[in-house]
Design a protein around this ligand. Structure first.
Ligand code: GLU
Length: 331
C-alpha cells in the first residue's frame, strides 16, 4: 500500500484519515498499518448470525492488519428502522467483546452530507427526475437474472402529465469491474442489468447506495468487508464513487449466511437473535463459519482470550470462497 507518511500520532492514509497502532501484533507483521474498516448494520431488527458474521469478519480483518474498525448505523431508511434496534445492536456488540474506534455514526444524522453529494450530481447532469412507480418498473424490462431493470422511461424528461417521484443516476454503457479479495474479479454490465438507479427515493429519503458511498469516503474507510448479498450493489457504488471523484475502497465479500431453505438470514426470514448473554458459542460459530477453527478449549475461555486468538490466527486464505453458505442449525 502506498500510504505511509509517519506522524507522531499515527499514519496518514490516502483518504486523509489517521490510523492508530493495532492491538495485537502478529509475528512478522509490521507495527504500522493503513487500514480503516467498518461494520454498518441496518437497525431493522436484532443482531442475527448473518450480521454477526459480517461484524466478526470485518473486525478481524481490520484488527489483524493493525487497522481501525468503525461502527455505522445504517438507519438512512428510517421507515424500515425499528425503534430501539440500534441501541440493542450496540449493547450486543459490546457484550460480544467488540471494541470500535471513535463515535458511532448514524446515517439519519448525515442527511446534509447526502444532499451535498446529490446536489453535485444534479448540477453536473448525472441524475434525472423520474415519475415511474415501482410497479411500472417491475412490469417493464427484465435484466438477465429476471430482476427488473429500469427501461429509461424518464431519462430524457418526464412524460407529459407525470410528476417527479424519485431521482435516478444516469448509468453509462460498459462493464463495471472490481477485484474482490475473496470472490475474485466481479463485473457487472450496469446499464443492461440494473439501468439508471435511484439515489433519492420517492419518499424523500436518500438511497442506501448514495449514503454508503458518501459515508465510506468521508469516514476514510479503506477496506469494506461485508456479506456477498451486497456484491450486486458494489458496481452501483463504484459507479457513484467515480461520478463523485471518491476513492474506491478495497472490497472483500464474505459468504452471505442463508438458512436451511436457502433464504438470507433476516428479520423477514425470522432469523434468531444472537445470544449475547453467552457470547462464546456465537463467536466460535461465526469463526467456524468463516473457516477459522479455534481449538476446542477456547469455547470455555474468556472473551479476551478468544478475541486474542482470533486476531492472531485470522487467515483470509481459510475463508470459504463462495457467495452463500448455510448457517449452523441452531441459528
Ligand atoms: N447496512 C447493510 C446491511 O445491514 C450493510 C451495508 C454495507 O456493509 O455496505 O446489510
Amino acid at each position: 500500500m502506498t500510504c505511509f507518511t509517519l506522524r507522531a500520532s499515527g499514519l496518514i492514509c490516502p483518504t486523509g484519515g489517521e490510523l492508530r497502532y493495532h492491538l495485537v501484533m502478529k509475528p512478522g507483521m509490521s507495527s504500522l498499518s493503513c487500514y480503516r474498516g467498518r461494520f454498518a448494520p441496518s437497525p431493522t431488527g436484532p443482531l442475527h448470525f448473518g450480521s454477526l458474521v459480517a461484524a466478526v469478519g470485518s473486525y478481524l480483518d481490520a484488527r489483524a492488519a493493525g487497522g481501525e474498525w468503525l461502527l455505522r448505523m445504517e438507519d438512512v431508511d428510517e421507515p424500515r428502522s425499528m425503534a430501539g434496534a440500534a441501541d440493542a445492536i450496540l449493547r450486543d456488540l459490546e457484550s460480544l467483546g467488540f471494541a470500535w474506534d471513535g463515535e458511532v455514526a448514524y446515517q439519519s444524522r448525515r442527511t446534509a452530507h447526502y444532499r451535498a453529494a446529490f446536489e453535485r450530481l444534479r448540477l453536473d447532469g448525472s441524475v434525472f427526475a423520474c415519475a415511474c412507480t415501482r410497479r411500472e418498473v417491475a412490469d417493464s424490462t427484465l435484466g438477465p437474472d429476471a430482476a427488473p431493470r429500469y427501461p429509461g422511461t424518464c431519462r430524457n424528461g418526464l412524460p407529459p402529465g407525470r410528476e417527479a417521484r424519485a431521482w435516478r443516476l444516469k448509468v453509462g454503457p460498459g462493464m463495471v469491474c472490481f477485484d474482490d479479495a475473496l470472490q475474485g474479479r466481479v463485473c457487472q454490465d450496469l446499464a443492461a442489468e440494473v439501468g439508471d438507479f435511484v439515489v433519492l427515493r420517492a419518499d424523500g429519503y436518500f438511497a442506501y447506495q448514495l449514503a454508503v458511498v458518501v459515508d465510506d469516503a468521508e469516514q476514510g474507510v479503506t477496506h469494506v468487508v461485508r456479506g456477498a448479498d451486497l456484491l450486486d450493489s458494489t458496481p452501483r457504488q463504484i459507479c457513484l464513487q467515480r461520478r463523485l471523484d471518491l476513492s474506491q475502497p478495497n472490497y472483500l465479500h464474505l459468504p452471505a449466511v442463508v438458512n436451511a431453505a436457502g433464504e438470507k438470514l433476516s428479520k423477514q426470514t425470522r432469523a434468531r437473535p444472537v445470544d449475547a448473554i453467552h457470547p462464546q458459542a456465537s463467536l466460535v460459530a461465526a469463526l467456524e463459519f468463516l473457516g477459522q477453527l479455534p481449538p476446542a478449549d477456547l469455547m470455555g475461555a474468556d472473551l479476551e482470550d478468544l478475541w486474542r486468538w482470533a486476531i492472531m490466527h485470522w487467515n483470509r486464505s481459510h475463508l470459504p470462497r463462495c457467495r452463500i453458505a448455510q448457517a449452523p442449525a441452531e441459528f
